[in-house]
Design a protein around this ligand. Structure first.
Ligand code: FE2
Length: 163
């Protein structure tokens, strides 16, 4: 059996608050308390294990692939809570979605500033044939979608799926 990610630890000021935030906003099962951790199951088996710390929290990024219906439901909860959201990871485009790969994606923060993302198609899944290719796949995108994307390490190019 190939190695499969089973869990990862997420630092939080309040593990219960952050785990509840994630489970509620994403429409997941409530957290399970296990020792020092508050676990949120985010896949068939994968759990994000929140732990409380008083140390500095380094912001991490967690992206969730969701269906179009789930996107609508999650976004409705973002709106109800009055959360800020952005079309890009650098918070340059507030109050907008992105349409990379011709679908929808949006970023928002959890209570500790971890960057959460929901998207309805994996990055680059439409390759360069998309009307709005993901900026990591194709730098040329329309002028309304001029978000700066991080360059691959070393300036190399990413391999993308061509359809
Ligand atoms: Fe992402």
């Amino acid at each position: 059996m190939p190695a499969k990610l089973n869990h990862t630890i997420v630092a939080a000021r309040d593990k219960v608050k952050s785990a509840l935030f994630l489970s509620e906003i994403m429409g997941l099962e409530p957290p399970l308390m296990l020792g020092h951790f508050a676990l949120v199951t985010v896949g068939d088996e994968l759990t994000l294990d929140f732990v409380t710390t008083d140390q500095e929290i380094t912001t991490q990024h967690y992206a969730f692939l969701v269906s179009e219906d789930e996107f609508d439901e999650i976004f409705a909860r973002i709106k109800v809570r009055g959360l800020n959201y952005w079309a890009d990871p650098f918070h340059k485009k507030p109050g907008e979605f992105n349409h990379w790969d011709d679908v929808r994606g949006v970023y928002f923060d959890d209570p500790d500033g971890h960057s959460l993302e929901i998207l309805t198609r994996p990055y680059g899944s439409e390759g360069t044939s998309a009307k709005r290719p993901h900026p990591l796949v194709a730098e040329v995108i329309d002028k309304n979608d001029d978000v700066d994307a991080p360059s691959p390490a070393g300036g190399g190019s990413l391999v993308c799926k061509e359809n």
